[in-house]
Design a protein around this ligand. Sequence first.
Ligand code: NOJ
Length: 448
Amino acid sequence: MKITFPEDFLWGTATASAQIEGAAYEGGKGPSIWDAFSGLEGTILHGDTPTVACDFYHRYEDDIRRMKEMGLKSFRFSFAWARIIPDGDGEVNQEGIDFYKKMIACLKENGIVPNATMYHWDLPYALQVKGGFGNREIVKWFTRYAEILLDNFGKDIDIWVTFNEPIATYVGLAQGFFAPGLQDERYAREAIHNLLLCHGETVKLFRKKNLPNAKIGIVVDIWKHYPGRPGNPEDEKSALVNNEINGYGMFLNSLFLGKYSDVLMDYMQENDYVPHIEPGDLKTISEKIDFYGLNFYNGLIDNMEEIRQREEKRKQQGGNYQDRPEVHTEVLVDVLDMLVKKYKLNIPIYITENGLAQTDTGDKESLLNDTERIEYVKGVLTHLHKAMENGADVRGYYLWSLMDNFEWSVGYEARYGILYTDYQTQERIPKASAKWYSDVIRNNGFEV
Ligand code: NOJ
């Protein structure tokens, strides 16, 4: 049987500035929080840094040629705020503007639709020093930056994303294993409120710019947790906390229902974490957007008994215990349904990211022969197709990622690309999945 997607379905790959561009201190760019964080000892696996990454800054023409050869219809990338405005709120760096102008022009010459994210985790370091997202002034800094982007690139870009996975800002401020590496939940909750305000104010600004062909949205990842033993109080509680307090519920309630959920509010009140909310803030945050970007990787089953056993095993095996979570891609159907039923979404959806990591064990052959990735993506696309047949309004799918790149705290060890990146030579080598994905695009589907 062949699975076929709608004719104008947008097939693409996704990336982000700090993960591919490199040239971290070139072309007038200022340092970002990831440049600073990765310079501290013990923050990133093997001491890796995003300084060179895939050197996309110098090699974008070759990479775009490869995209064209693979038949990609769209390319998702992000702007590095510190390349546009090195200190975040001061002078504009013309060299940075010129780089993106050339890169976007090259995409368009090759018939590839640009899908641009304004913020994918790389805050200018100078703004972090001034309090970053925890300082409400960020709304002014961000909307100025957004206006510069819209004025320079508004006419060339049809798909705009304000923020990618805002959870990363929470992780970086509350838990510390992402940049900037703080562990202050009170500050993190404040920051998330301000970040959502930046989003809402940017949507308002975008409407004023009158860009009739362009759309604006936000990308929120959903890792939905389910109680492993339904009815078991411990498992139920864990799923609730992971979804509503520490997961997607943190964003979707205010974005789409115009209020923080009762569960989250009660929790923040009990712990004195309630952010400063001014009248009108929630109205701004819930400004109507044109599409929702779903980053989907997996669903998670919270069986506390099993989780405890795994923890125990991990301790006994001295930290080398490799424990890959089970794959629950079928959850995508439920997630898409939840967006409509629970969060009342009535706008198109793009799957803005989906993919599978391989751990680099040094065995290049097996990395190139990535059948596991093909099987995984096939599973996701099969469930996606099923959900679309049931009415889910999904317009496109972006595989994470075009090429192996800087995977944040785990550096270069996790490889997500369909192109293998040789970090010594910067050669890109197509993996089996690149050929497979390009066939999927050409046939607008695949045999199951
Ligand atoms: C989510 C993030 O948006 C992206 O930056 C990251 O590399 C992938 N998922 C894989 O972890």
